[in-house]
Ligand binder design. Structure first.
Ligand SMILES: NC(=O)C1=CN([C@@H]2O[C@H](COP(=O)(O)OP(=O)(O)OC[C@H]3O[C@@H](n4cnc5c(N)ncnc54)[C@H](O)[C@@H]3O)[C@@H](O)[C@H]2O)C=CC1
Ligand SMILES: O=C(O)[C@H]1O[C@H](OP(=O)(O)OP(=O)(O)OC[C@H]2O[C@@H](n3ccc(=O)[nH]c3=O)[C@H](O)[C@@H]2O)[C@H](O)[C@@H](O)[C@@H]1O
Length: 464
């Protein structure tokens, strides 16, 4: 079957970029991205394409090309569902904050609401695609809801997890290592549905890079990929602590082990800890699933990746306190970067939030500069932790628009995000305007030690 109309529920970091690329590459398919968040949809529809709600290099150009041609953003979810032959569900699946599985399991309430809405509205057959990251066997629950509350139409369910990373979303979508499609390959209708989605991606992805599997393998592969990736970061971060004690340098160790082709060089960059909306959530979900099958050793193995990551964030913050003569009370600490990685305005689970919180608990004054993160977001992130009153967060944390205002008169500067522009700053000027001794903590291994020490900084970098 040929797909003519696609609907995507969820206009977030995945739904927005993914659908923009599908629309750009498949001009004959109408793509409508819907969301209940009116502000988000309004921002996608802003006349000035630079105001789209997600910052991703290259994205605004693609949106500009496809928008109002065959790419549409709307809050009319029912209408888009009704019209579509294929519906992607790309809503958030955060960690549960209540009830059974609190703090571990994925909260599937948004997914279930989508399924019920699709069932209620649909009057023609639909292919429903799980784009969100979901626990293995979620498709079974979706099918159950769709078949039992629907209008007798046929629903085929596919799993098509997304592997894009923020900051490189457009490139990842245009040149994916692989596209994974799980479907009911034992039935004709299931195979047809898989083929329909293969045909969409075949517009720009080599057929050999489009992998088809059964639904459960596809669902579990996504959790596995994120767990493996995060595990590499925790592994190198574990070594970074040992490097600091032994005189080894974690960059040299990473290079040496990464040149072994069985290990590979990517994703071995030591840091203040991984952030982002997914690694922690997906691993906790994996741990929960393993525990629910009684696989305690499997659960403990993966949980250690999170324990190590929490340790790394805490260790970085406590090292700042220790180095500043065991107290940061009343001292001004400048944080360069708040996003969880460079080239994104996303701050979810960013290490900077936890480091700031730790330092605030030690009564530090925090000043933040990030080229893409808005002031309100910084406060919202801190407020969410509930460590102190909202008023106090605003009294003790300031967010500024300029790196030199951020670092001026500070006791210490900490690089939290690896934004390229931080490498190019006038570090001599920063040094001159700081209190002495001028402490510089590099949580990203972004800066060169020699030049900074020459200027006069007391320089500390993760893993050396
Ligand atoms: N952020 C990322 O880089 C990646 C995320 N994922 C997965 O993709 C899924 C979505 O993630 P993000 O796009 O980051 O989330 P997001 O929070 O940016 O976007 C989700 C959107 O869904 C909307 N939504 C929720 N319920 C809705 C409903 N019933 N009807 C209409 N809209 C609804 C929300 O308003 C929100 O705008 C998650 O499962 C995540 O694990 C997968 C790969 C990469
Ligand atoms: O499911 C998801 O949400 C996505 O999660 C990650 O993508 P993302 O979180 O956007 O970004 P990453 O590049 O993976 O970085 C995650 C965190 O790890 C950190 N990191 C990454 C790599 C590294 O070597 N060292 C390191 O500290 C980053 O700074 C960042 O805080 C995966 O890379 C994507 O494949 C996946 O689709």
């Amino acid at each position: 079957m040929k797909i003519k109309n696609i609907c995507c529920i969820g206009a977030g970091y995945v739904g927005g970029p993914t659908m923009a690329v599908i629309a750009q590459k498949c001009p004959e398919i109408n793509v409508t991205v819907v969301d209940i968040n009116e502000n988000r949809i309004a921002a996608w529809n802003d006349q000035d394409v630079e105001n789209i709600p997600i910052y991703e290099p290259g994205l605004s150009k693609i949106v500009e090309e496809a928008k109002d041609r065959n790419l549409f953003f709307s809050t009319d979810v029912d209408a888009a569902i009704d019209k579509a032959d294929m519906i992607f569900i790309s809503v958030n699946t955060p960690t549960k904050t209540y009830g059974i599985g609190k703090g571990m399991a994925a909260d599937l309430k948004y997914i279930e609401l989508c399924a019920r809405q699709i069932a209620r509205v649909s009057t023609t057959d639909k292919i429903v695609v799980e784009k969100s990251t979901l626990p293995v066997r979620t498709a079974e629950a979706l099918k159950n809801i769709l078949d039992n509350t629907g209008n007798g139409v046929n629903f085929q369910i596919l799993s098509n997890p997304e592997f894009l990373a923020e900051g490189t979303a457009v490139d990842d979508l245009l040149n994916p290592d692989r596209v994974l499609i799980g479907g009911d390959i034992d039935t004709d209708k299931g195979r047809d549905a898989v083929q329909a989605l293969v045909d969409v991606y075949s517009h720009w992805v080599e057929r050999d890079n489009i992998l088809t599997t059964n639904v459960w393998s596809s669902e579990l592969s996504k959790l596995t990929a994120n767990a493996f990736l995060a595990q590499r970061v925790s592994s190198i971060n574990a070594m970074s602590e040992l490097c600091e004690k032994t005189g080894a340098d974690v960059n040299e160790v990473a290079k040496a082990v990464g040149m072994d082709s069985r290990i590979g060089s990517k994703f071995l960059k030591s840091s203040v800890g991984f952030g982002g909306s997914c690694f922690q959530k997906d691993i906790l979900n994996l741990v929960y699933i393993a525990k629910s099958f009684g696989l305690n050793e499997v659960a403990d193995y993966w949980e250690q990746v999170i324990i190590m990551n929490d340790h790394q964030k805490r260790r970085f913050a406590s090292n700042i306190v220790k180095t500043l003569f065991n107290t940061v009370s009343g001292k001004k600490i400048a944080l360069l970067g708040w996003a969880f990685k460079k080239d994104t305005n996303d701050t979810r689970e960013s290490a900077a939030i936890y480091v700031a919180d730790y330092l605030l608990n030690e009564q530090a004054e925090i000043v933040v500069y990030d080229p893409k993160v808005k002031k309100e977001q910084v406060y919202a992130d801190l407020d969410y932790l509930n460590s102190r009153s909202e008023k106090e967060n605003r009294q003790r944390v300031s967010v500024v628009n300029d790196p030199y205002t951020c670092t001026k008169d500070s006791h210490a500067v900490a690089v939290m995000t690896e934004w390229d522009e931080f490498k190019e700053l006038d570090w001599k000027k920063i040094y001159n305007e700081m209190l002495k001794p001028a402490f510089l903590f590099d949580g990203r291994r972004l800066l060169e030690r020699d030049t900074k020490e020459e200027i006069g900084f007391e320089f500390y970098a993760i893993g050396s």
